[in-house]
Design a protein around this ligand. Structure first.
Ligand code: PMT
Length: 223
């Protein structure tokens, strides 16, 4: 085995939660800290890859990683599509909003004197599914953040989004999911039994993901 199996390969990684604007000062968001995505970027770098990190958060990034800051799902989609044709793989660790406000107020929304304030939400594009339809030789890794029926729901995403590896993440378990420094995940791959991992630091989970990417490439004869 070579020391740097991903030398010369390009990867895109997404990190953080998308922010969907309501007005100039407010947005709909989620609890993603970006730690999982940054850990994946670090692990890919350790194995020799050239990494672009598309991120909604501003954590210190590993030296050598190209950082593309974005806010919304649609900005993230544009950043992914700008490079997708030229990369060997994508790891979608970001928590992408499924919906965004239909309209964005141009000025700060005022209180309504006790009346309810209602918003209509419009479905966002599914970035990973779009890449899954367009992929050629690229390895696609998705995550699934679930609160119930982990394997059943994650398996649906594996198939529907046409990914090569789905990292199923039960975000209700202590030390797992959003904000934590550790994660508890199960790997799902087409045609294979689910592979549960023990609870591990996010950087170790990231290294397992990268090992799995390399294994998939070896099995395909890509490296
Ligand atoms: O950032 P941390 O605080 O470290 O937390 C890590 C994490 C919990 C965010 C991460 O481990 C994780 O589970 N990321 C995926 C979160 C998510 O959006 O899951 P989902 O089941 O809603 O989406 C499934 C997959 O489709 C994901 O790869 C997501 O990036 C992608 N997606 C989702 C919606 C959408 N409109 N477009 C997408 O591409």
């Amino acid at each position: 085995m070579t020391q740097m199996p991903l030398q010369g390969q390009k990867f895109l990684v997404t990190a953080g939660g998308t922010k969907e604007a309501l007005d100039p000062v407010r947005f709909i968001g989620n609890h993603s800290s970006g730690k999982m995505g940054y850990a994946v970027a670090q692990a890919l770098l350790e194995w020799g890859a050239d990494v672009t990190l598309i991120t909604t958060v501003n954590l210190p990034s590993p030296a050598g990683v190209r950082v593309v800051p974005v806010q919304s799902a649609r900005e993230m989609k544009a950043a992914l599509q700008a490079d997708f044709a030229h990369v060997n793989g994508v790891v979608m660790a970001a928590a992408v909003a499924d919906y965004r406000p239909l309209t964005v107020a141009s000025q700060k929304i005022k209180k309504q004197d006790g009346a309810n304030l209602e918003f209509t939400l419009q479905e966002n594009p599914d970035l990973l599914a779009t890449l899954g339809q367009a992929k050629q030789q690229q390895i696609l890794v998705g995550f699934a953040a679930e609160t119930n029926d982990l394997i059943e729901h994650a398996n649906l995403k594996l198939t529907k989004k046409n990914v090569d590896l789905l990292v199923a993440n039960d975000v209700t378990q202590p030390g797992s999911g959003f904000q934590t420094d550790t994660n508890l995940v199960t790997f799902l791959q087409p045609g294979l039994e689910p592979k549960p991992l023990p609870i591990l630091p996010k950087v170790e989970v990231a290294r397992k993901i990268v090992q799995q990417i390399v294994q998939i490439q070896r099995e395909r004869g890509d490296i």
